[in-house]
Structures are given as C-alpha cells and as structure tokens.
Design a binder for this molecule. Structure first.
Ligand SMILES: NC(=O)C1=CN([C@@H]2O[C@H](COP(=O)(O)OP(=O)(O)OC[C@H]3O[C@@H](n4cnc5c(N)ncnc54)[C@H](OP(=O)(O)O)[C@@H]3O)[C@@H](O)[C@H]2O)C=CC1
Ligand SMILES: CC(C)(CO)C(=O)C(=O)O
Length: 316
C-alpha cells in the first residue's frame, strides 16, 4: 500500500510513524523545507515509545515546488492520501495540489475536526474517493520530528456518501485493516454525519471554553459556572442539529462530560493554538454553527459571544 500523509503535525507524525510498519511506502509531506530536512535526518520519534528511522519514509515539502508536480502520481500511484492539516490550511492551492497528486485509484482520508472540509474536498474529488475519519486519538507534536501519543481512542471511518458500490466498501475495510495492524482501534460507520456532528458539538463546547479560560479539559467540570456555560453551548448546538434533522445519540451530553474526564489533563487543540499564536479552528466549529443558525433564522447568543472572544484572542 502506498500512502501519502499531508501535514506532519501532531496527528500526521503519529499516523506516519505507526503506519510505517504496515505500508509499502509512506510519503510525508511537510509544509516547510526546514521540517522536511529535520525529518530526513532524525526520522519520527513517538515519545516514550519508539523512534522510526528516516529510511522508512520519503519526505517532501509542500514549499518545494518540485513536489507539487503531478508527475509523481504517475510514478508512484497512491492508494491512500491522509489529509492531516488543520481546517485553516485547506485552501484552493492545496486542493489543486491534492487533485494533481492523486489518481482515480486514490482514496483521500480526511481527519479534520469541525465541518467545512468535506464540502471543499467534494469540490475537487469524487465522493467515492473521500473517506471521513473522526478520531478520538490524542496526539501532540513537541518538535519538528517528535510527537506524544497523548490519548488512545477510536477512529470512526466512513465514506462521505451513504450508498456505496462494493469496491468502496472494500477500500474502507482495507484502510481500517491497515489502521488496526498499526495499532489503532477502528470502527466502520455507515452514518458519518452522526459522528461528524457529535464531534462538532463536543468540540464547540470544550475547545473555545478551555481556550478562553486557559484550562485543561478536565477543569471544565470543576465549577458549576463553567458547567453552565458548557450546557448553554451544548443546547445551542443541539438546536441547530435538530433544525437540520441530524440524528445524534441521546446521551451526547454524558459523552461530552466523559471526553472531559478522559482527556482531563490535555490542553484542547484550540488552547494550544492560542498559546502558540496560531489561528484556531473556531471558524469550522462555532463559526460554522453560527452560519448554519443564521440560515435557519436561529439565535445562538452564547456561541456568538464565545466566537467573538476567540477571534479577539487570535489577534492578540
Ligand atoms: N491532534 C489531535 O489529537 C487531533 C487532531 N484532530 C484534527 O486533525 C487536524 C490536524 O490536527 P493536528 O495534527 O493537531 O494539527 P497540527 O497543527 O499539529 O498539524 C497540522 C500540520 O499541517 C501542516 N500544514 C499546513 N499546511 C500545509 C500544507 N499546505 N502542506 C503540508 N502540510 C501543511 C502544518 O505545518 P506547520 O506546522 O509547518 O505550519 C502542521 O504540521 C485538525 O483538523 C484537528 O482538529 C482530530 C482529532 C485529534
Ligand atoms: C478537546 C477535544 C478532545 C474535543 O474537543 C479535541 O478534539 C480537541 O482538542 O480538539
């Protein structure tokens, strides 16, 4: 199996390192030439676990114009392209690069939290080629070539479209098999919309609150005031989901609290982004809920305020 991983951040480094033992070839595409050089020298280390030598990967950088050529697709056709960049990095240039890099036989697997990426990708590839992955694995990059596996979870996998030809179901199983062999827990899903929306609602509560309050995920449960804020955001998100007839589990509120407990000592990705002066995924999480609410003529006052505060903090 020939796999390319676009985005050598927290999730990308973890999946590249783990999949290197089960794939025929792994191409890692970094954003910068500088990170590519470090990876070519040092390989990838998963803290407290293993160091995977650089010889296991082909490393190219997106900055390097040579690697943007579609010719490589002919030389080494990809079975899977894993997209592990943030929502904010998915722009027209990257989409056009992906279109050139893949062939009709390639399946793109996207790991983003929030919503928006699926629509963008469907603008450039066929639905039969797009696998959605919603993962509760936790990864945190601590250097150009170092990553910590901060939490073990499950990866839900499913195609963007509900009704699928047999061949696609087979592709889904092949990719799930690779992940399992690499040590990840996987669950195949026929209803990814429910998975995507469950994670969207959970992220719309935990991420902005931990980012604004500058606390670890578990600390959200420590005060009744923060729990009230959580409930306000949760209920607003659920109002949008209901208006859009999205099927969600009855115990999503309990699941949300469980995520806080299970990831109690983690900093959410939004808090990490703010602390590192990076833009956050607020647009694809609370921003997208607000845009949907506007179309549905619904008011989400708590989401609106929280969204504005995060935007202010991003520009500080
Ligand atoms: N980390 C986690 O535990 C989880 C993350 N997710 C989701 O997965 C996605 C990725 O998250 P995460 O890994 O944490 O994010 P990171 O910010 O750690 O990694 C994103 C990587 O993408 C790189 N990148 C940006 N643009 C390009 C480009 N054009 N070409 C190649 N690489 C590029 C960045 O490079 P540079 O650093 O040089 O800017 C960075 O290394 C997010 O949507 C997140 O919500 C979902 C579940 C868990
Ligand atoms: C906090 C958590 C687990 C849920 O929103 C997360 O996925 C993140 O940090 O982005």
């Amino acid at each position: 199996m020939h796999i390319a991983i676009v985005g050598a951040g927290s999730l990308g480094l973890l999946f590249a390192a783990k999949l290197s033992s089960v794939a025929t070839s792994i191409e890692v595409i970094t954003r910068t030439g500088m990170q590519a050089e470090v990876l070519r020298r040092e390989g990838i280390s998963i803290e407290k676990e293993e160091v995977v030598p650089a010889s296991k990967f082909t490393i190219v950088s997106y900055e390097d114009k040579e690697s943007k050529s579609g010719e490589e697709a002919v030389e080494s056709p990809l079975d899977f392209l894993l997209l592990t960049v943030k929502q904010t990095a998915i722009d027209d240039e990257l989409l056009s690069w992906i279109r050139n890099r893949i062939s009709k036989k390639t399946t793109v697997v996207c790991f983003q939290n929030g919503v928006g990426h699926e629509e963008k990708l469907l603008g450039c590839i066929h639905a039969d080629q797009l696998l959605l992955a919603v993962t509760t694995e936790g990864a945190k990059r601590s250097g150009a070539s170092k990553v910590a596996h901060t939490g073990r979870g499950t990866t839900d996998l499913g195609f963007s479209r509900d009704v699928l030809p047999k061949e696609q179901l087979n592709t889904q199983k092949i990719f799930a098999g690779l992940l399992e062999k690499a040590g990840f827990a996987v669950s195949l899903s026929k209803n990814m919309n429910t998975k995507v929306w469950s994670k969207l609602i959970i992220s719309s509560v935990i991420n902005p609150l931990t980012a604004i309050l500058q606390i670890q995920n578990g600390q959200l449960l420590h005060s009744s005031a923060s729990q009230e804020l959580m409930l306000d955001l949760y209920q607003e998100g659920m109002t949008v989901a209901k208006a859009k007839h999205i099927e969600l589990p009855d115990d999503l509120w309990e699941k949300l609290q469980l995520v806080c407990e299970k990831t109690a000592e983690n900093q959410s990705s939004m808090l990490q982004d703010l602390l590192h002066h990076r833009s956050t995924e607020i647009e694809s999480i609370n921003g997208s809920l607000l845009r949907m609410a506007e179309q549905l003529k619904l008011e989400l006052p708590v989401n609106r305020s929280i969204y504005r505060i995060v935007r202010v903090l991003e520009n500080k």
